[in-house]
Design a binder for this molecule. Structure first.
Ligand SMILES: Cc1cc2nc3c(=O)[nH]c(=O)nc-3n(C[C@H](O)[C@H](O)[C@H](O)COP(=O)(O)O)c2cc1C
Length: 317
């Protein structure tokens, strides 16, 4: 299974980890990537927007397509549709999303309140496709009422090939800190690979999570947004080598390349709007960047974004 042996996994992040960004992370050393979450209902009802979310390039393999939903038959049908259409390397089930519009329909971390439904979904999805099925969970619905060990063990018994744990409760959203000791508990409880996730912002954090929890692989989310070099840095640290030192030139170059590649993929209108968030993450911390941040958000074309980036580099030098 590709999750064993300290693999570096790019976390699924809706609105962030599209195919262009995933390819960039792969180029910077991510071993495995996962799509943004895809609605099972959207796939079944042939939503064009939803279908686009599961397109990927062969260079992204191994890639998982993540599905969310709460109807076991629909989830299984959506998994089969996904497999038939794009042949991903694995299907990931979202049992961690805390967002209200997802959990109120029992999807995402809403599944953590319904053990029986969770088991039926994992079982049916695992039966429906010939590729591994993985599950991404949070530690529980409420703080200190942890169900992660129970749900990870059930996922395994129902056919999951690996489990990712983001050890926060649904109620925490992204606040506070993740409870890495929960990853240790889950790792002790299941024989399948465990991917640890939550608050890794440096190569030291990644090594520390691997060391103290015994998890098989680590998943990085928010830190990769604007800093895809985190993967190369962790890769080097795993070999006790020094990783790349990221210069202002590297940040601006990659931000510009990202804008250009995004525009080629999606066209000008979508690109200049969507890339503002990415660009502002790339330039975080560069001297003079905060003065120009406002111009990024007021840009009305990708050309304007590229011009602001050029000015930021001049100021940062
Ligand atoms: C903007 C954003 C979008 C996210 N979208 C998803 C998603 O689609 N599916 C999912 O399982 N988790 C999603 N997450 C959660 C991340 O995958 C990850 O579990 C979380 O950010 C903790 O990891 P980190 O501390 O490395 O960021 C999202 C997180 C963020 C910040």
């Amino acid at each position: 299974m590709f999750f064993s042996d300290k693999k570096l996994v790019l976390a699924p992040m809706a609105g962030v980890t599209d195919t262009v960004f995933r390819r960039i992370c792969k180029e910077q050393g991510a071993d495995i990537v996962v799509s943004e979450m895809v609605s099972a209902e959207g796939l079944i009802y042939c939503s064009e927007v939803t279908e686009k979310l599961m397109l990927f390039d062969v260079s992204e393999r191994p890639i998982g397509i993540q599905l969310f939903g709460s109807d076991p038959d629909h989830m299984a049908r959506a998994a089969k549709l996904t497999y038939d259409k794009v042949r991903p390397d694995f299907i990931d089930i979202n049992a961690g999303c805390p967002v209200a519009k997802v959990v109120k329909k029992n999807g995402g971390s809403g599944l953590l309140k319904n053990h029986d439904l969770f088991c039926r979904i994992v079982g049916k999805v695992a039966e429906s496709v010939p590729v591994p099925v993985t599950v991404k969970i949070r530690s529980g619905w409420r703080m200190n009422e942890w169900v992660d060990v129970q749900f990870a063990a059930s996922a395994w018994q129902c056919g999951a090939a690996a489990v990712t744990l983001h050890p926060r409760s649904q109620s925490m959203g992204f606040s506070g800190h993740s409870f890495w000791e929960r990853i240790t508990e889950v790792k002790k409880a299941v024989p399948i690979p465990v991917i640890g996730n939550g608050d890794i912002v440096s190569s030291e954090d990644a090594l520390e999570m691997l060391r103290i929890t015994g998890c098989d692989s680590v998943m990085i989310g928010r830190e990769a947004f604007g800093n895809p070099w985190i993967f190369a840095q962790i890769k080097s640290a795993l070999k006790s080598e020094c990783g790349p030192i990221v210069t202002p030139e590297m940040k601006v170059d990659l931000a510009q390349e990202h804008v250009i590649r995004f525009k080629e993929m999606y066209g000008e209108r979508f690109a200049y709007r969507e890339m503002k968030r990415h660009v502002s993450r790339y330039i975080k911390g560069l001297s003079g960047a905060s003065a120009l941040r406002d111009r990024i958000f007021r840009a009305e074309s990708t050309d304007q974004l590229l011009t602001v980036l050029k000015q930021i580099l001049e100021m940062a030098r």
